[in-house]
Write a protein of this length. Structure first.
Lengths: 151, 145
């Protein structure tokens, strides 16, 4: 199994981060690697919602919202159609408050199964590319003037 | 049911922070105000089910049981089972999340418990001011008590 976990500090309150995160159709507004994100006929915050994500490197992924936990500020997404030789991709994004110092932490977890020969490529694409780029883009989008730690 | 939540991003690495936190029986080596910590019945300090007996600097005694420990998710859970506080049904969880973009360790410390209404504020303040905040500060300082 492939497993990756990435997290970033964001200079904005939990609720601000959560409102942006729970809008599934807004992915292309903050993810620099996403060229288009289209909801496929369902309200974007309804469990069961589908979105088609097209990345700038030419991939297309259909993703389903399989869980939304408002009280935990957490969404879970499962791939319905992926361009890779993967049999399962699950992602969870969760926001935590940073009480000391203020702001939020955004955690992005991914688990996937893939055939042996593509396992490393799938892992690298997510863990070293798509996920950190997305987190950094999200931090810039939410708090553009802030001194987010690493940008 | 009162709930306490505190969190911080600490400079030490997740591995450094986790190695300290997961040693449930060694809490007197880093948590300020704890003079002694003995693990009962000859169990190991990081063994789920282990009970630690704490003596604080002012002579108060606590018994706490380790309920869960995960090296996979960097989480642990414990319950206060005896304390000089009017607390019951206590459950606390500590989680470490590596801040991969930017560095350091996010540590979240949450507790839930029951206590008489008139004691909520006093007990909540005790947990935050005597345990959780000094604990996170000690982890940040480099783990010296």
């Amino acid at each position: 199994m492939i497993r990756a976990s990435r997290a970033i500090a964001i200079a904005a309150p939990v609720d601000t981060v959560w409102q942006a995160l729970r809008d599934l159709g807004g992915l292309s507004a903050w993810h620099p690697a996403v060229a288009r994100c289209e909801m496929l006929g369902t309200p974007p915050d309804r469990v069961g919602a589908l979105r088609r994500v097209q990345t700038r490197d030419g991939l297309s992924m259909d993703e389903e919202l399989v869980a939304m936990r408002e009280h935990e500020h957490r969404i879970e997404i499962r791939a319905r159609a992926m361009p890779f030789a993967v049999t399962e991709v699950w992602q969870a994004l969760c926001v935590f408050g940073v009480v000391e110092g203020g702001g939020s932490l955004l955690l992005w977890e991914m688990r996937a199964d893939a055939v042996a020969k593509s396992r490393a490529a799938v892992r690298d694409w997510f863990a070293d590319g798509y996920m950190p780029a997305g987190l950094r883009g999200f931090a810039r989008h939410i708090a553009p003037g802030a001194m987010n730690d690493f940008i | 049911m009162p709930r306490v939540f505190h969190s911080a991003i600490l400079k030490p690495s997740p591995d450094q922070v986790w190695q300290v936190l997961r040693d449930f029986g060694g809490v007197h080596r880093w948590l300020p105000g704890i003079d002694r910590c003995d693990v009962e019945n000859g169990q190991q300090g990081d063994q789920v089910g282990a009970v630690r007996h704490l003596v604080t600097r002012d002579g108060s005694r606590f018994r706490e049981r380790l309920l869960a420990l995960s090296d996979y998710d960097l989480t642990l859970a414990y319950a206060i089972i005896e304390a000089p506080l009017p607390v019951s049904d206590h459950l606390a969880e500590i989680r470490v999340i590596p801040v991969t973009e930017g560095g350091g360790s996010f540590v979240a410390w949450a507790a839930e418990f029951a206590c008489p209404d008139g004691d909520h504020d006093r007990v909540t303040r005790f947990m935050l001011d005597e345990v959780i905040r000094p604990g996170l500060a000690a982890l940040e300082r480099g783990l010296a008590a």
